[in-house]
Design a protein around this ligand. Structure first.
Ligand SMILES: C[S@@+](CC[C@H](N)C(=O)[O-])C[C@H]1O[C@@H](n2cnc3c(N)ncnc32)[C@H](O)[C@@H]1O
Ligand SMILES: [Zn+2]
Length: 269
């Protein structure tokens, strides 16, 4: 089997020998116990533990395992069905919830997941053993140029130049952003006069949009998932202790999801 990662030092293709990746120059990167590989070079790290912390990761895993992404995952799979998808990278993949859904839909797809957070890559590797996950920043992906049929970037930072590099000339870039009404029903329970989210108007340079889909429906969280859901949102940090306690005491909480899924192609150079 062909292994997908290139060496972050010399940029040459690596092979997996036992529990380590080696490049032809014998630079070596060991697999962690859960199976992910850390491909961030020590001199490229900007903070001791970049990305989401453990509490946020646990909250995310709990919510995802309770169906939070079902309708979004179905939408992404539908989009991929209409395009070549032999090689797909989920960049900023978090705990691998969407990655694992893509792998289930397309078992033969050579899929990888990458995230800047070790905790996220660890959780993703535990969730989906069939996919190689790595720790890497999306602005320096350990992937060969023009190697990917599709890139998926859901609620994670976009680095257009790097994404253009790794995508095949006719590859697609699927970007998911929260829609203006995302979680509005939760905000209604927190604020006297809730406002819609600001619309994300950033368009990645060098790409042209070929399609936009909207995914919107209601979602009910039960038991422990209520607090996990709130912890996953920015409102957790902007809500008083009393209001949080009131929310966390609920046996169930119904809110709405609203996602915008944008599909881009490269503008030919
Ligand atoms: C809101 S989460 C979304 C995770 C996943 N795509 C999902 O939909 O569940 C954003 C993720 O982006 C990751 N992230 C932030 N900056 C990054 C970067 N420069 N490169 C790669 N991942 C990054 C975070 O660690 C986090 O896991
Ligand atoms: Zn090397």
């Amino acid at each position: 089997m062909e292994y997908p990662f290139i060496c972050p030092k010399c940029k040459r293709k690596m092979t997996l020998e036992g529990k380590s990746y080696y490049c032809p120059e014998r630079h070596c990167f060991d697999l962690a116990k859960s199976g992910y590989v850390n491909l961030v070079l020590a001199n490229c790290k900007h903070s001791a533990e970049p990305g989401d912390n453990k509490e946020m990761i646990l909250a995310r895993v709990n919510v995802m395992q309770n169906g939070y992404y079902d309708s979004l995952a179905d939408c992404i799979v539908e989009i991929l069905k209409g395009h070549q998808h032999d090689t797909v990278a989920d960049v900023g993949c978090g705990v691998g919830s969407l990655t694992s859904r893509v792998k289930k839909a397309f078992p033969d797809c050579r899929l990888i997941g990458s995230d800047i957070s070790k905790n996220a890559a660890d959780a993703a590797a535990k969730l989906c053993k069939e996919v190689p996950f790595c720790v890497a920043s999306s602005n320096a992906l350990p992937l060969e140029s023009e190697s990917q049929d599709a890139l998926l970037c859901a609620f994670a930072p976009v680095f257009a130049e790097e994404f253009l590099r790794v995508l095949r000339p006719d590859g697609i870039f699927i970007r998911v952003v929260p829609d203006t009404m995302h979680l509005f029903r939760l905000k209604e329970q927190l604020y006297a006069t809730p406002r819609p989210n600001e619309r994300d108007v950033d368009e990645p340079q060098g790409f042209t949009k070929i399609e936009t889909r909207f995914v919107a429906d209601d979602f009910t969280a039960y038991g422990e998932t209520v607090s996990s859901l709130v912890k996953m949102t920015p409102y957790y940090y902007h809500t008083s202790k009393e209001d949080l306690a009131r929310l966390f005491a609920k046996e169930s909480l119904t809110t709405n999801r609203a996602f915008e899924v944008r599909v881009y192609k490269k503008i030919p150079s």
